[in-house]
Design a protein around this ligand. Structure first.
Ligand code: ZN
Length: 181
């Protein structure tokens, strides 16, 4: 499968989950953005999530031949890491050699915490994989490259230069309201 074809499939699966929302959103940073990932939606539709994780597992299988465990940050990515471990025939916890699986990479903070934890337990990291890299490769994690199913640089704007504010579009603060799922 070409990367573009894979991107298209992944995008459609995220839309199928209602996990990728298009509109005008106020991010935690205070910036405004056209796109928002509603991570919690991923685990609400296990059948769609399974298809996404199948693609991720296939990628990991191709790229990392030798590891024992899949490790994920709490809490959102646990279901995803567990499912990936199941598909890859690996254990899900800590040991000497592991692959980290996360849902969405934005700042890399959760992955840094897992890396610190693994270092404390003398666990070597064989690879870091995310479903969506919102930094599109711009967040380096301790010099390790991050594999993603979908690299999507999401532009975020300060309110005074936001093109959607300029158009007078109403804004959604994700998490502040219980939107349709
Ligand atoms: Zn705006």
């Amino acid at each position: 499968m070409t990367p573009a074809a894979e991107n298209e499939i992944v995008l459609n699966l995220f839309k199928e989950c209602d996990a990728l929302l298009q509109g005008h959103f106020k991010l935690t940073s205070g910036k405004h953005s056209e796109w928002y990932f509603e991570k919690i939606r991923l685990i609400e539709k296990p059948a769609a999530l399974e298809k996404i994780v199948d693609l991720l597992a296939a990628k990991i299988r191709r790229e990392v031949p030798d590891f024992e465990y899949v490790v994920s940050p709490a809490y959102g990515a646990i279901a995803i890491g567990f499912l990936a471990a199941l598909k890859l025939g690996k254990k899900f916890a800590f040991t000497s050699r592991a692959v980290i699986v996360e849902d969405i990479l934005t700042t890399g903070g959760s992955i840094q915490e897992v890396l610190a934890c693994l270092r404390e337990h003398q666990v070597a990291v064989a690879g870091i994989y995310v479903l969506v890299d919102r930094s599109a490769g711009s967040v380096p994690i301790e010099g390790k490259s991050v594999g993603s199913l979908l690299a999507l640089k999401v532009e975020a704007f300060e309110p005074d230069v936001c093109p959607f504010c300029a158009k007078g579009l109403s804004i959604t603060k994700p998490g502040a309201s219980d939107k349709k799922g």
